[in-house]
Design a protein around this ligand. Structure first.
Ligand code: G3P
Length: 221
């Protein structure tokens, strides 16, 4: 399963990229707004740092605006995937951009039918928002299972990009289902690395080493 980071924060992107964990990045207008400043600078920098796919989202809600913005966003790098909303105009833009070899991520997916239509329109990724479904008392992970089952019945190239991930258990469940990608907020990726027994184990190793050294101060590894 590929791991994308769901952020426009350059410090987090560099941090996890240096660990070799990142296959790509997803952004959206809310994430850009959270960072402040000029989003153009962030988009330029992110597409330089990351070799994998970087999703940059259009703001327009009608077809011609999406096409214009999509082509402009694509100028930031060959690894740019244009993110369009799951609307009739978004699907039309998905079809047109894909025909021009511009990869598309259809976002704000909340049903299996929406995912099916986005795949038919040529999307490289569909982004189901599981946390937001959980928030309203629906089972977000069930949607991932449904989309996985439907896509595996046919010959779609579209990948399932699990979005709106809120905690590490979401990641394990998505991986068990066989989702292609999860996009993670930095805080979730941080939590995935931690386990209290790892921390205690390391503290014990170091304490034992100090004991050994106290009898033989010249010891080195
Ligand atoms: O990738 C989509 C994601 O940013 C939405 O997450 O937590 O706002 O539902 P959230």
């Amino acid at each position: 399963m590929k791991i994308f980071l769901d952020t426009a924060n350059l410090e987090s992107i560099r941090k996890f990229n240096d660990m070799g964990l990142l296959d790509g990045i997803t952004t959206n207008p809310s994430l850009m707004s959270k960072e402040g400043g000029n989003p153009k600078d962030a988009m330029e920098e992110i597409t330089k740092i990351i070799k994998g796919d970087v999703s940059l989202e259009v703001i327009s809600t009608e077809y011609s605006g999406m096409m214009e913005e999509g082509k402009r966003l694509r100028q930031y790098g060959k690894n740019v995937v244009v993110k369009v909303p799951m609307t009739p105009d978004g699907l039309k833009a998905c079809k047109s951009l894909s025909s021009e070899d511009i990869l598309v991520n259809v976002t704000l997916i909340f049903s299996a039918n929406q995912a099916l239509l986005a795949a038919k329109a040529g999307a490289k990724y569909v982004s189901p928002f599981i946390g937001r479904l959980d928030d309203i008392g629906q089972d977000g992970m069930h949607l991932i299972k449904e989309i996985k089952e439907i896509f595996s019945n046919y010959d779609f190239d579209t990948q399932i990009l699990v979005a709106s991930v809120r905690h590490p258990l979401h990641v394990i469940d998505a991986a068990k289902i066989g989702a292609d990608v999860v996009t993670l907020p930095p805080a979730v990726l941080d939590k995935m690395m931690l386990h209290p027994l790892t921390k205690i184990g390391l503290e014990n190793f170091l304490a034992d080493w100090d004991n050994l050294k106290s009898g033989n101060p010249d010891i080195k590894i």
